[in-house]
Design a protein around this ligand. Structure first.
Ligand code: AMP
Length: 608
């Protein structure tokens, strides 16, 4: 049976888990960390870096380091979110060929799914190293509030990374699975998820027979830890400008250092009441002079700076309860997910709103990946029995006369579902209608996301309002939407399957898949080289250490001189092979190096 890994592809950090027996476990990366920064960079030498190693070099390579790509995934170039990112990102964002978003790193331009695929590929490698086998299938989580294009873009990222994403599930649903799976609970729970870039709240019913039913879900895909960091950055920049009349934002390197320091201070203030922000030589001030930044930030100030952000999450919680038609006292438990929920002000506000202390039993950074692993196992192994009933996170409908949005399937409808509605023509003698399929909550159609369009032709010529057209929407369990339009009088009909788009064509995806495969081959080969290099270096160091002693003991004799010169030769050749990065040549020298080391050790042992 195929192993399925569960991946929480986070804005800031990602986490991978797998089911071992009946228990989901988080897989640590090589550094022993259970989460990996969702950061990708390209070095001057053109080398790709992902995770902690990319984060560590972010300050000195800010322009070529991508963080928070999830905020851009599946977005159109002209969306307000992209405009916002253009103002705040230290890397270069450009328009793609399909009105999508691309990121420029060094001399190459990458699509957002491609950047995310690099993070997914890293998670795949972490899992494969741990399991000792190749992994092809994954369940990947997304914020509940992601629209179809964002989901499709996430699926494409998996595809590029060499993963068959067998299901995309919502992060809060995954969290509730990890919380309630196999426990025979009968509860209504709220999952409050505040991560690096997004906020989600879902209300779920967990039934005794493994039924997980989402009742309502809502959120904001542009509200997260980074907004809290931005407030701290603004506060520092403003203070610095007042003091020195220098705008720190003008300097990319300074801004990146500031960003790191602001996030660090925010995290520290979850456990201490006051912290120092200390950035020496933050910016140059004329010739041979530099300005230093030193400020202390209190928890109280942080709370004041971010009060409205916390309040916004509480308003959204209120909305989720209203959508679920539940009162606060009908919620049995509150689960906190996402790194930001460690902030005391958030815990306090959530406790106040829900009138109970949040559950302490789940790990906010790991619970989503664990839930994804549970779902993955359940999809391929019927022993893990459960039923997941999710909802449509956004309303679906069509654009009607006057650019208004006419809803057919309301937000929070359990899927699968189907709905139909009768429409009429808006002009006399109209023989065709254009059906624009949209997703969103605004009454104004152009404020919603366009999913697809088609034209129903051959309508009977008649005064406006006379011809009746039935439009029906169907959503299956995978969330795929089909739309049909039918002229009720003539039976003439048209339909489309609304396939969301990540902004990439099939050809582009295929090329990217090949690119990812090449990377994998190169990376495995680099790793193999690193393995033999380390083995060779260990022998070389040991031989070098023994040299003086061997020379002292046998250097006077002919056979000794001969052996020493041979040993020097072996060392020279091995060193050259290492310098040339010639894996095979280094491998070929390993045996000789080992033999020389044994011989040297023998000589030294005999002399003692
Ligand atoms: P996630 O997307 O769930 O990994 O959450 C990442 C966000 O949580 C980032 O904005 C972090 O700065 C934030 N975060 C992590 N640890 C803490 C902490 N101890 N206190 C406050 N925020 C934190």
């Amino acid at each position: 049976m195929d192993r399925v890994i569960g991946i929480d592809l986070g804005t800031t950090n990602s986490c991978v888990a797998v089911m071992e027996g009946d228990t989901p476990v988080v897989i640590p990366n090589r550094g022993g960390y259970k989460t990996t920064p969702s950061i990708v960079a390209v070095t001057e030498a053109g080398k790709r870096l992902v995770g902690h190693i990319a984060k560590r070099q972010a300050i000195t390579n800010a322009e070529n380091t991508v963080y928070a790509a999830k905020r851009l995934i599946g977005r159109k170039w002209n969306s307000p979110q992209v405009k916002n990112a253009l103002l705040t990102s230290s890397y270069t964002i450009v328009e793609g060929p399909h009105a999508d978003v691309r990121i420029k790193l060094r001399d190459k331009t990458y699509s957002v799914p491609e950047v995310s695929s690099m993070v997914l590929q890293e998670m795949k490698i972490i899992a494969e190293d741990y399991l000792g086998e190749s992994v092809e299938k994954a369940v990947v989580t997304v914020p509940a509030y992601f629209n179809d294009n964002q989901r499709q873009a996430t699926k494409d990222s998996g595809l590029i990374a060499g993963l068959d994403v067998i299901r995309i599930i919502n992060e809060p649903t995954a969290a509730s699975l990890a919380y309630g799976f196999g426990k025979g609970l009968d509860k209504t729970v709220a999952v409050y998820d505040l991560g690096g870039g997004t906020f989600d709240i879902s209300i779920l019913e967990i039934g005794a027979h493994g039924v997980f039913k989402v009742i309502s879900t809502t959120g904001d895909t542009f509200l997260g830890g980074e907004d809290f960091d931005a407030r701290v950055i603004d506060w520092i920049v403003q203070g610095f400008t007042e003091e020195h009349e220098v705008d720190l934002r003008q300097d990319r390197m300074a801004l990146q250092r500031l960003r790191d320091a602001a996030e660090k201070a925010k995290c520290e203030l979850s456990s201490v009441r006051e912290t120092e922000i200390n950035l020496p030589f933050i910016i140059s001030a004329g010739r041979n002079e530099a300005l230093h930044l030193q400020r202390s930030l209190s928890r109280e100030t942080l709370e004041t700076l971010t009060e409205d952000l916390v309040e916004r999450t509480v308003d959204i919680c209120r909305q989720a309860l209203a959508d679920a038609k539940l009162d606060v006292d009908e919620i049995d438990d509150v689960i906190l997910v996402g790194g930001m929920t460690r902030m005391p002000a958030i815990q306090k506000s959530v406790a106040e709103f829900f009138e109970r202390d949040p559950n302490k039993g789940v790990h906010p950074d790991e619970v989503v990946a664990l839930g994804a692993a549970i779902q993955g196992a359940a999809l391929v192994d019927e022993r893990h029995e459960m039923i997941l009933l999710d909802v449509t996170p956004h309303a679906l409908g069509i654009m009607t006369f006057g650019s208004l949005f006419e809803e057919l399937i309301p937000q929070n409808t359990t899927v699968p579902t189907s709905r139909r509605k009768i429409f009429t023509t808006s002009r006399d003698n109209q023989t065709a209608v254009k059906i624009l399929v949209m997703q969103g909550e605004s009454k104004q159609a152009d404020e919603n996301e366009l999913l697809g369009e088609f034209i129903l032709t051959g309508l009977r010529r008649a005064p406006r309002g006379e011809v009746e057209i039935e439009v029906s929407f169907d959503i299956n369990t995978d969330g795929i939407v089909s739309v049909h339009a039918k002229d009720l009088e003539t039976g003439q009909n048209q339909s489309i399957q609304v396939t969301a788009t990540s902004g990439l064509t099939q050809d582009e995806i295929s090329t990217m898949i090949e690119g990812a495969k090449d990377y994998m081959v190169e990376r495995r080969s680099d790793e193999e080289f690193e393995g033999v290099r380390q083995e060779a270096e260990t022998h070389i160091i040991e031989i070098e250490r023994l040299f003086p002693e061997v020379e002292r003991v046998v250097g006077g004799a002919d056979f000794g001189r001969d052996a020493i010169s041979k040993a020097r030769n072996v060392l020279d050749r091995a060193r050259k092979a290492i310098a040339a990065k010639d894996k095979q040549a280094v491998k070929d020298h390993l045996e000789q190096l080992a033999r020389t080391e044994r011989m040297f050790k023998g000589v030294v042992a005999r002399s003692e």
